[in-house]
Design a protein around this ligand. Structure first.
Ligand code: GDP
Ligand code: MG
Length: 440
């Protein structure tokens, strides 16, 4: 998958400019990647169309390579769609905050209930009471009780013969009286969605007025999980999703589909059977996993600051010799322009913050870079290599030739001198060379 995408990337890279058909070609691969990741077909269609429109509209000239650009757009759009940031469980309500766990049988509700209780206790220092409303499966209430014992989280005492609703009411009451921060209500599931199940859950929801209704869904069930989410959200209304068995799901497609279909955040990921195997949902990670190109994306991040490695090396050599002349400055200005203005070579080097801020002080934006470039172009090669010979007369000639003022010429010369001095100082220490060398 990753290979294939980088293959497209290479192709686009070589081509150098982004056309409609370039984007379409990349999108075909992205589409395939999404489908392989088990993203629902409708979602894939919507997504690729949206991104395509965006990519074609983008100004790629001043950015990195077109291929990298497409991948970056795809990735960013995926992250945005997945929800951008991790959304925690919301406990912002009068305690005891009721959290209702819903979902199909075997999706991991009971396990997740204990996991959340454990997380509330260990990470947020909140005291939770857990109650199983599962009167269907004989051992269900006992299962939660045992989990409670193991995690040292209180569970509601089991009373035989009560309905789910009666248990729910009793749990709320006990949580209130016991001064609990949260009450976790684990419900019964069915193998498939049916009316009876929905009625029961809806009734519990109505009576308990939970602050969170978390749908627990098995990420390995792919499209079924999506349908389940749709059904539960439509009928009960959910506030978030917990995707279980993410430990066995290398694809992450269900997350994207469920998010796209319900608009509800994926709040947590179950990543194992143990009660501490619960993670925050990180959209960035999942987006990378879906595209199978985490590395490519980080490469793209870096590429935003890419410079010609060869040039960097030769500049590094000159620096070491203290021979950074105005030709080199012109090269750098060109680089900066290519990279979209400020930043450039200076900005990407660790320890060069000072020069960078000087450049910022000098207010170097695109227009100024162009002007400075014009100034250098108006110099003779001899002047560029040896700025010391620039006297008043030469400066006036250069200013006239570049349509600038003598002050502008002076400012450029001063900036160059400062940069050269600093580079020489760093070059002596060998730092610069190492830094630039490491970039090749
Ligand atoms: P429920 O019927 O929805 O209450 O499901 P359970 O909580 O009883 O879980 C069913 C099975 O799935 C159990 O064997 C759990 O250990 C397992 N399980 C739950 N969550 C995860 C998870 O995130 N990863 C893995 N590998 N197994 C899980
Ligand atoms: Mg259960």
């Amino acid at each position: 998958l990753s290979d294939r995408l980088s293959g497209v990337l290479d192709k686009l890279t070589r081509r150098g400019s982004l056309t409609d058909s370039d984007v379409s070609e990349a999108m075909r691969e992205v589409r395939r990647a999404l489908l392989e990741a088990d993203v629902a077909l409708d979602v894939v269609k919507d997504f690729t169309e949206k991104v395509k429109a965006k990519a074609i509209g983008q100004d790629v000239v001043k950015s990195v390579t077109p291929g990298q650009m497409v991948v970056k757009i795809v990735h960013d759009e995926l992250v945005a769609m997945l929800g951008s940031t991790a959304e925690p469980i919301d406990l912002n309500a009068t305690p005891p905050v009721a959290i209702l766990m819903v979902g199909l049988q075997g999706s991991g509700k009971t396990t997740t209930t204990a996991k959340i209780g454990y997380r509330l206790k260990t990470r947020f220092k909140k005291k939770a009471l857990m109650a199983s409303l599962d009167t269907r499966r004989p051992a269900a209430q006992e299962q939660l009780r045992v989990l409670g014992e193991q995690t040292e989280i209180d569970t509601l005492p089991i009373v035989a013969g009560q309905t789910p609703l009666q248990i729910a009411k009793r749990a709320l009451e006990a949580a209130r009286l016991g001064g609990y921060d949260a009450v976790l209500l684990d419900t019964a599931g069915r193998v498939t969605i049916d009316e009876e199940l929905m009625d029961e859950v809806a009734e519990v929801r109505g009576v308990t007025q939970p602050h969170e209704v978390l749908l627990v869904a098995d990420s390995l069930t792919g499209q079924d999980a999506v349908n389940t989410a749709k059904a539960f959200d439509g009928r009960i209304g959910i506030s978030g999703i917990v995707l279980t068995r993410a430990d066995g799901d290398g694809r992450g497609g269900a997350a994207l589909s469920m998010r796209a279909v319900t608009g509800k955040p994926i709040k947590l990921l179950g990543v194992g059977e143990k009660w501490d195997a619960l993670e925050d949902f990180h959209p960035e990670r999942v987006a990378g996993r879906i595209l199978g190109m985490g590395d490519v994306v980080s490469l793209v991040e870096k590429a935003a600051q890419t410079i010609d490695a060869e040039k960097a090396k030769s500049i590094a050599q000159k620096m070491r010799k203290g021979a950074f002349d105005l030709e080199d400055l012109a090269d750098q200005l060109k680089q900066m322009q290519k990279l979209g203005g400020m930043g450039g070579l200076m900005g990407m080097l660790p320890g060069m913050g000072k020069i960078k801020s000087q450049l910022a002080d000098a207010n170097i934006d695109d227009k100024i870079i162009k002007r400075q470039h014009a100034i250098i172009t108006s110099m003779t090669p001899k002047e560029r290599r040896n700025p010391k010979i620039l006297d008043g007369k030469r400066k006036r000639r250069i200013a006239a030739g570049s349509g600038t003022k003598v002050e502008d010429v002076n400012r450029l010369i001063k900036m160059h001198r400062q940069m050269a001095d600093m580079m020489k100082a760093m070059g002596k220490k060998g730092m610069m060379g190492r830094m630039l060398g490491g970039m090749g």
